[in-house]
Design a protein around this ligand. Structure first.
Ligand SMILES: [Zn+2]
Length: 425
């Protein structure tokens, strides 16, 4: 086991200025990787040329999803150097949707009821962004954030002590020196992005007290399958976790899952509690989810997912064809990373989608959607221009979004592209 972990860490895309093909499972090092779906060649989601510039040479990376026959990890078949995916000029801002804020508040309540903390127990958040998650724990006792982007400065200003750094051994030592060992370590929506997943688990182990608990939240494979979320497939997402595959990873490092629960963030995520083996009773919830996954995440189910993805592409195209044949206007709403996958996979261009709208102040305004000449414009255009249709590219928060846009004056119809393309008014 140990040998496998080491073999794997040798081959990293980081620092190559290119990409590497995944020929061994990212968790268990098995070579038995079965293809699940190929979404095509995708441009990096942050490659957004300024409106008006002539199209120039630009890379595109194959997005093939593979499933490991030995540990069931569903993973991307190509890893791109993070320096390409996360260029320094890419100002990451955390999504501050109501669902995310509510989720963090709910997480702190769940911790308080299941694993009550003393006032001296430290909570550390990895990828803590502007400190939103930790602010839910800070009135109770000490907190500490580790965040690579400048969002960490915002956290420091609001009184959430934050180390501006990537998570690595050095960061662990600094965190322990400044704040001590942690009773709780959280990592929400970062676990699928980091290339060397074994290194990060080892860092977490070092950071945790003997009876410490690690809580991760990741986009959930079963939600992806159920609601055909192929648009979450892009090169930032190296792995699409199930509890089965996460369990496998954690066990390799002497941890065990003690509690797990499905949560609504990002269109369906899974929250997993883990601790050193034998420290806490394993709750029924963990067994129940593993049992469901054994029947719902078979290779047959993954094959039918592929057919559904193809069908939903054809259906969306047919729906848009009907609208464009009447010369009606369609504006896209929201340019999250997943929008780039949907637009490129379905093959939408500026003749079909007139533009995509983003909130005022977004760095994406004034740029083209990657791989297209579809301009990203300010959201106010929706109310000025009143297009016939608004295609919701953040369709997973459609229920939150639609009433807001209507109350602000949009009079057209909405198109939800997934899971089944449909018009809503
Ligand atoms: Zn594997």
């Amino acid at each position: 086991m140990e040998r496998n972990i080491q073999t794997q860490t040798k081959k990293l895309a980081a620092g190559t200025a290119g990409s590497i093909v995944v020929d061994r499972c990212q968790i268990c090092d098995s070579a038995r990787l079965d293809p699940v779906i190929f979404i095509g060649y995708l441009p990096p989601v942050n490659a957004m040329p300024t409106i008006g510039t002539r199209p120039a040479e630009q890379p595109a990376y194959p997005a093939q999803v593979l499933c490991c026959r030995d540990c069931q990890l569903v993973q991307l078949g190509l890893i791109v150097d993070p320096a390409i995916l996360f260029p320094p000029e890419y100002p990451y801002t955390s999504g501050t949707t109501r669902i995310l804020r509510d989720n963090f508040a709910e997480l702190s309540r769940e911790v308080a009821s299941l694993y009550p903390l003393n006032s001296s127990d430290l909570v550390v958040d990895i990828g803590s962004n502007d400190g939103t998650l930790l602010s839910n724990f800070s009135s109770r006792g000490p907190v500490f954030g580790v965040e690579p982007t400048q969002a960490g400065e915002l956290a420091n200003k609001r009184g959430i002590p934050t180390l501006i750094s990537f998570m690595n051994r050095q960061a662990v030592h600094t965190a322990i020196h400044r704040a001590g060992k942690a009773k709780i370590v959280t990592a929400t929506n970062v676990f699928a992005h980091i290339e060397d997943v074994h290194e990060i688990v080892e860092c977490i182990l070092e950071l945790l007290t003997e009876d410490g608990i690690f809580i991760s939240e990741s986009h959930y494979l079963l939600s992806l399958i159920e609601t055909v979320q192929y648009d979450t497939i892009y090169h930032e997402h190296l792995r699409h976790y199930s509890l089965t595959s996460l369990n496998h990873l954690l066990e390799m490092h002497g941890l065990e899952v003690i509690h797990a629960r499905r949560i609504p963030t990002h269109g369906g995520s899974i929250r997993v509690y883990a601790a050193r083996k034998g420290k806490y009773p394993v709750r029924k919830s963990a067994h129940e989810i593993l049992k469901i996954e054994a029947t719902e995440l078979t290779f047959e189910k993954l094959s039918s997912f592929r057919s559904r993805v193809v069908q939903t592409k054809l259906d969306l195209y047919a729906l848009l064809k009907g609208i464009k044949s009447k010369a009606e206007r369609i504006y896209g709403i929201g340019a999250p990373s997943r929008a780039s996958t949907l637009i490129n996979y379905v093959g939408l261009d500026d003749g079909i989608l007139d533009c995509v709208l983003e909130i005022q102040g977004s760095y994406k305004v004034g740029k083209y959607i990657p791989g297209t000449l579809i301009p990203v414009l300010e959201e106010s255009r929706l109310f000025q221009d009143q297009p016939d249709y608004a295609l919701l590219l953040s369709w997973h928060i459609g229920a939150e979004l639609m009433p807001k846009l209507v109350s602000r004056g949009f009079r057209g119809k909405f198109i939800l592209p997934l899971p089944d393309p449909q018009v809503v008014r």
